[in-house]
Design a protein around this ligand. Structure first.
Ligand SMILES: Cc1cc2nc3c(=O)[nH]c(=O)nc-3n(C[C@H](O)[C@H](O)[C@H](O)COP(=O)(O)OP(=O)(O)OC[C@H]3O[C@@H](n4cnc5c(N)ncnc54)[C@H](O)[C@@H]3O)c2cc1C
Length: 319
């Protein structure tokens, strides 16, 4: 198999004599052949996955999977397109939870009045993913299942204390976000399971949340990002705090020391700065095209301050 590195090396060396070589390699941008399956029900989808195991790959919005297929970094035998399954796109509150169907598009999350009023961290993040084309097709479930540390939604799920509902042939399994993200491109989902929905606890009064993202250009993947949710009591004391970091390590990270440092305190400038220092210490950024590790660590500190400040403003606004 020709690697991604060799394709990039070809692109970096284009000259008159390499055009022929390059055109040969670009053929690789056509995926390897696969069979296409489009189940109409969840049951049908799950049964197919159960039967085919690691030969099958679920297709949702396709904005991460299709590039992987084209570079032949993934070559499944079957592509299981879940877009025709009715009833996987929804945003609703019931039984103390916000339920988001795994096929819900970012554009719907961004536009949802319910999310804008009570789960602002999600509308902040969804509204800053890529461009309108990606936001119209990309799905909440795909963003999470891909477990790219630079994807914006995993950190928001950690901050909100969300859980993922996996569906397999033996029924449903509820996986807390903290256990769901295992490593880069790796989740706790089994190959024979579908992600059905995401559940977020309904926030009580005086809770606010926010997402801050630093990007090189509008619509880019983040250099780093920080998600925060804060719950205050009637006296303005911090009862609970959730934080999540994007592009700060091999997977989305939950800086627990920073969260704990704010609990039980009235959050002022000093407390927020202390929490941000702890979040930056917990981060494990790497140097890459988006900047050196130390710059990213400093930006995590700055964005943690800003995300907490905005979440607190919203919490005091009394949602
Ligand atoms: C130009 C561009 C810019 C982008 N910028 C950003 C950005 O700024 N921030 C950001 O967060 N993302 C960004 N993305 C990625 C984008 O958000 C993808 O949509 C997302 O990573 C994957 O979601 P999807 O619905 O497209 O999933 P797909 O690409 O269809 O699938 C991704 C993975 O998840 C699995 N999967 C999907 N749904 C399920 C399910 N229900 N059950 C089990 N497995 C499932 C698939 O098998 C696959 O492994 C960008 C993409 C592009 C093309």
């Amino acid at each position: 198999m020709i690697s991604k590195e060799s394709i990039i090396a070809s692109l970096n060396n284009v000259g008159p004599n390499t055009l022929y070589e390059l055109s040969k390699r670009l053929i690789l941008l056509i995926p390897a052949s696969f069979d296409y399956v489009a189940p109409r029900t969840l049951d049908e989808g799950v049964k197919f996955l159960e039967k085919q195991g690691d030969d099958a790959k679920v297709l949702a919005g396709g904005h991460s999977l299709i590039p992987l297929l084209r570079f032949r970094l993934a070559s499944p035998k079957y592509l299981v397109d879940i877009n025709r399954i009715v009833g996987l796109e929804y945003i609703r509150e019931s039984d103390g939870y916000l339920h988001i169907g795994s096929l819900t598009r970012y554009a719907d999350v961004e536009a949802s009045q319910l999310i804008q009023s009570k789960y602002q961290v999600l509308s902040d993040a969804a509204g800053h993913i890529a461009d309108p084309l990606v936001r119209n097709m990309g799905t909440v479930g795909g963003n999470i299942c891909h477990s790219d540390p630079a994807n914006d939604l995993p950190a928001t799920m950690l901050a909100l204390g969300a859980s993922m509902v996996a569906l397999g042939s033996s029924g449903e399994r509820v996986i807390p976000a903290e256990q769901f993200f295992v490593d880069t491109f790796q989740t706790a989902l089994k190959l024979t399971e579908l992600l059905k929905e995401i559940r977020v606890p309904v926030p009580s009064a005086h809770t606010g949340s926010a997402y801050m993202k630093l990007e090189r250009r509008v619509g880019d993947f983040p250099i780093v990002g920080v998600a925060a949710q804060v719950k205050l009591n009637a006296q303005g004391i911090c009862e609970n705090v959730g934080l999540g970091l994007t592009a700060a390590g091999p997977k989305a990270l939950k800086p627990k020391g920073a969260e704990a440092s704010l609990r039980g305190k009235k959050p002022g400038e000093k407390e927020i700065r202390e929490a941000a220092n702890l979040a930056a210490q917990d981060a494990q950024p790497v140097s890459d095209l988006r900047g050196p590790a130390e710059y990213k660590r400093e930006m995590i500190r700055v964005l943690t301050v800003r995300a907490l400040q905005r979440a607190l403003e919203r919490a005091r606004g009394g949602t």
